[in-house]
Write a protein that binds this ligand. Structure first.
Ligand SMILES: NC(=O)c1ccc[n+]([C@@H]2O[C@H](COP(=O)([O-])OP(=O)(O)OC[C@H]3O[C@@H](n4cnc5c(N)ncnc54)[C@H](OP(=O)(O)O)[C@@H]3O)[C@@H](O)[C@H]2O)c1
Length: 346
């Protein structure tokens, strides 16, 4: 019998308050602001970055009225509700604490920080100040993620035994690029690995142990890592990441009664195939997200963010602080193990 997939419960972007956003950084934030302005009622009203010409051009392209050469001036503005931090990861901690101290809600790009200790401090500070602090793990807010939550809650897969996810790509050796630079928080685990590790966590929870194999770059950051993440309940998580390997960028959840595959790239609007039945007599159904292009999916987290602010929440309903910190702890341990193995790519 062909299985059926639940419909995603999509929040109407017009049903949440229109917040005023201050944007720090002009890299990926271009995609974010485009998604914000085309798919939500949220508005970016100020941008800060060091390169004046680039920041001015960014403001012009996105219709942003105010440009600042440094983040502190933007954070100090009294008419900004939310600060969106999209700088290299080592700056996330201090900028978040500064924004919280100024009474702002904060959406911080992934990874939220460089370590679990930093993430813990940031989320605790937000909680104490009564502001919302959220990691921009945009995958969690996509329609497909709501379908997955319903599939799991309804028990359509039966007991889940194995969750597997990967995000890797082969990029050229660019020693100055933030991905290759230790000073700029480089490495596959922090940048890309956070997605598959977070996916595994979203399904089976935190691991009871972390075992990582991988290799370092000649610049002293992790080039690739494969993680074995068992849980206390007996499930297995497998997460792979790399900046030197072409990977399929898929995720799957395998259970006693069926399996769910998230199409590539699993972290963005893509689709889902649910397969049930026994070997040789399997039936599948596929749902694909035709509503958004890849980065337009970043809009969903902004609408959810505004809804949480309206509800007075200090953490995400689908990606709470404890989980954000736990994923960072997994990354901490994997980075430590890969460095200790000491295999350096030629
Ligand atoms: N959600 C996603 O799909 C996604 C995709 C890519 C990246 N990210 C995350 O977003 C973050 C930024 O990545 P990216 O790819 O955008 O990096 P990027 O292209 O290097 O851009 C970083 C931005 O930060 C600005 N910046 C650096 N230092 C600054 C400072 N002290 N004050 C203010 N602005 C500063 C830079 O501009 P100036 O040099 O002019 O200051 C630049 O605009 C990372 O944490 C990354 O993991 C998320």
């Amino acid at each position: 019998m062909t299985p059926t997939l639940p419909q995603p419960r999509v929040l109407d972007p017009a049903s949440v308050p229109a917040l005023r956003w201050g944007v720090i950084g002009t890299g990926i934030s271009g995609n974010f602001v485009k998604a914000l302005h085309s798919h939500t009622v949220q508005r970016a009203v100020a941008v800060a970055a060091r390169d004046a010409a680039k920041t001015q051009a960014f403001a012009g392209e996105h219709g942003i009225g105010a440009v600042y050469p440094d983040a502190s001036a933007l954070i100090a503005r009294s008419d900004i509700d939310v600060v969106y931090i999209a700088t290299p990861h080592p700056l996330h901690h201090d900028l978040t604490l500064e924004a919280i101290a100024a009474g702002k809600h904060v959406l911080v790009e992934k990874p939220i920080a460089m370590s679990a200790a930093e993430a813990d401090e940031m989320t605790a500070a937000g909680r104490a100040a009564g502001v919302l602090v959220m990691e921009a793990m945009w995958t969690r807010y996509l329609p497909q993620s709501d379908i997955i939550r319903q599939v799991l809650a309804d028990g359509l897969l039966g007991e889940v035994h194995l969750v597997r996810a990967d995000f890797g790509f082969s990029m050229p050796f660019l020693p100055e690029h933030r991905m290759w630079s230790a000073a700029l928080g480089g490495g596959a685990l922090l940048d890309a690995g956070v997605y598959p590790i977070s996916f595994v966590s979203s399904v089976i929870g935190p691991p009871s142990s972390v075992t990582a194999n991988g290799a370092m770059t000649s610049t002293g950051v992790d080039a690739r890592a494969d993680l074995l993440l068992p849980t206390a309940g007996g499930a297995t998580g497998l997460a792979s990441t790399s900046m030197v390997t072409a990977m399929p960028v898929t995720a799957e959840i395998l259970g006693r009664q069926g399996r769910l595959q998230v199409l590539s790239p699993f972290f963005a609007p893509s689709g889902i195939t649910l397969t049930t039945g026994s070997l040789g007599a399997e039936d599948s159904v596929t749902w694909t997200d035709e509503t958004m292009t890849l980065h337009e999916g970043m809009s969903c987290q902004a609408t959810a963010f505004a809804a949480y602010v309206a509800e007075g929440r200090v953490e995400s309903e689908v990606h709470g602080h404890a989980e954000v910190v736990s994923v960072m702890a997994t990354i901490d341990e994997a980075r430590r193990q890969v460095a200790a193995i000491g295999h350096v790519l030629a």
